[in-house]
Design a protein around this ligand. Structure first.
Ligand SMILES: Cc1cc2nc3c(=O)[nH]c(=O)nc-3n(C[C@H](O)[C@H](O)[C@H](O)COP(=O)(O)OP(=O)(O)OC[C@H]3O[C@@H](n4cnc5c(N)ncnc54)[C@H](O)[C@@H]3O)c2cc1C
Length: 387
């Protein structure tokens, strides 16, 4: 039995799995590769906590310990890290890194999404600056939360300062779990992302296999939006070794084309409850698209972050930031974000894509729909940002 009857009602945040007193819930992938909570009937004692904890619904504010009319007046800024290496490794302006560094330097811990050696996006706990770069950069694929929510609770119970950054549904899920488990959230600081939607991890895996076969390369790392080609380009780069042991870097926009075409997003993303200004996080991070022409020219390669400051805690974090250049912006400038107003619509081709995928596999499904630029030749002198 599943916790939710309809797939579009479950964002896969794992709050239900974490709260279950019987450990009766496991996250199981469906045929599209998205994880859903499955209840072991023999262990279940029908306490219904798994349904009560779910914050993926319109009235989520009360569940995550926030009020309808927030006393705090939201403010908006844009900016970036002043350190080139930080901006280079980040997908926008590197504000996440500056926030996380501040927490670690104060003896706290950071939870964010890292890529494993097997190229899987997973939530990871980091308590030192050496490992922090692993959390930098957007991994445009749904990340597994593993069983980390109870670890967050444990850190908070031990009075550690915790900074958690992820999609709005993950932040809301975590907060709802902590509130239901009666964990004091005073030391919890959160940042949510303005999110277009999360693509299928299975499609990402298939994409890596497809490129490995085509390029005769064992892919070891991926950059989901390589700034070498410009911040707006949304082209992935892959690094790996060939049979002769030679290291190679190749480019493709096969996967990002499918992502942008809205055929591989999680069904729940198309009815996301968090596409508004009532953010679950203390801060909201995004790309800044309200730039004037001069800013657009200056940051064409490096990128700029947008920041919504949603609470006093968030404001305190921003005031303590070092190594960043930030300016206050208007709500209007911050509003050039479709996903602050409505969820991404599913493509009319979504069902067709998955039908072809089931019948013929990734390659045919992808190519049947799109004329894809599979390999992009880039002169190396344009590659300003190299690892
Ligand atoms: C799937 C996805 C969709 C997004 N869609 C938009 C959008 O439509 N518009 C927009 O303006 N911005 C979007 N973003 C946010 C944007 O890409 C940057 O992450 C954000 O601006 C922060 O940038 P940064 O330079 O401060 O930090 P970065 O170093 O680039 O980002 C690091 C942060 O991203 C988190 N993160 C990385 N991958 C994931 C993941 N798979 N799931 C959850 N958290 C993750 C890390 O935990 C860390 O907190 C999206 C991000 C993701 C992951």
């Amino acid at each position: 039995m599943n916790v939710k009857q309809q797939k579009q009602d479950c964002c896969g945040c794992t709050a239900c799995q974490a709260i279950c007193p019987q450990k009766a819930i496991t996250m199981v992938p469906d045929e599209e590769g998205f994880l859903y909570p499955a209840i072991d009937e023999e262990r279940c004692v029908h306490c219904d906590l798994c349904r009560k904890v779910c914050a993926f619904e319109d009235g989520y504010l009360a569940k995550i310990g926030k009020t309808e009319e927030p006393a705090f007046e939201q403010t908006y800024c844009a900016g970036s890290s002043t350190e080139e290496a930080v901006v280079c490794r980040s997908r926008s302006g590197g504000i996440f890194y500056a926030l996380a560094r501040q927490v670690i330097e104060a003896g706290g811990v950071v939870y964010g999404v890292a890529m494993t050696e097997a190229l899987e996006a997973v939530l990871q706990r980091v308590d030192n600056l050496e490992e922090l770069p692993r959390l930098q950069g957007s991994k445009y694929v749904q990340a597994s939360m593993g069983e980390e929510f109870p670890r967050v609770a444990q850190d908070l119970r031990q009075n550690r300062k915790v900074f958690f950054a992820g999609t709005a549904c993950q932040v809301a899920g975590l907060r709802s779990y902590l509130q239901t488990a009666r964990v004091d959230m005073q030391n919890l600081y959160t940042a949510d992302l303005i999110c277009h939607g999360v693509p299928s991890p299975q499609i990402f895996r298939d994409n890596v296999r497809e490129l490995e076969t085509r390029w005769h390369l064992k892919i070891q790392s991926v950059n989901f939006r390589d700034k070498a080609l410009g911040w707006r380009s949304h082209i992935e780069s892959y690094e790996g070794v060939n049979a002769a042991g030679k290291r190679k870097k190749r480019y493709s926009n096969l996967y990002s084309t499918l992502f942008g075409a809205d055929v591989i997003l999680r069904p729940s993303c198309h009815r996301c409850a968090f596409c508004n200004f009532q953010r679950p996080g203390d801060l909201t991070l995004a790309d800044f698209w309200g730039m004037d022409q001069a800013q657009a020219r200056q940051h064409a390669r490096s990128g700029l972050s947008e920041l919504l400051v949603n609470s006093e805690k968030g404001e305190k974090m921003v005031q303590g930031l070092t190594g960043v250049s930030l300016q206050t912006i208007t709500r209007e400038a911050a509003s050039r974000q479709p996903n602050l107003y409505h969820p991404t619509k599913p493509s009319a081709q979504r069902d067709n894509f998955w039908a072809l995928y089931r019948q013929y596999g990734y390659r045919k499904a992808a190519h049947a729909h799109y004329k894809l630029v599979e390999r992009i030749k880039v002169p190396y002198n344009r590659l300003k940002y190299r690892k």
